[in-house]
Design a binder for this molecule. Sequence first.
Ligand code: NI
Length: 130
Amino acid sequence: MTTHPTLLKTALAGFETLWSPRIVAQVNDYDVRIAKVAGEHVWHAHDDTDEFFLVIEGELTIALREAGGEREVTLAQGAVFVVPRGVEHKPSSKAGASLLLFEPTGTLSVGNRHETVPAHVDATTGHPLA
Ligand code: NI
C-alpha cells in the first residue's frame, strides 16, 4: 500500500460510496484516510482521539456541540481543521466534498458514541483501497 506513491486524485476516482473512508497510507499508528461525502453524516464523538480534516475538493461544514453551545465551522477547499477529542460533531456537505482524514488506526468513523447511524453512513474503521 505504501511502497509506491499514491495519487489522491486516482485513489478518489477508484470508489463512489459516500461516507465510507478508504485508507491510503499508514503513519506509525495512524491512518491517512480519504472519503467522498455529500449530505449529512451523524452526530458522534471520539472520546479518545482528536480527528484531523483536510478538504481536498468542495466545501465541508462541521457542526460542533461544545461547552459554550452549538456552532458550525465551514471548511473551504484546502482548509484543515481538528475536532478535539470528546467533542460531538456532525460533518455535512450540501454540494459534496472529498476529504482527507488523519486519525489513529482503528478509529471508528462514527466514533465511540453516536446517534442512530443512518443507512447512508458506513460505520467503519476504514477500507483498504481497491
Ligand atoms: Ni468524527
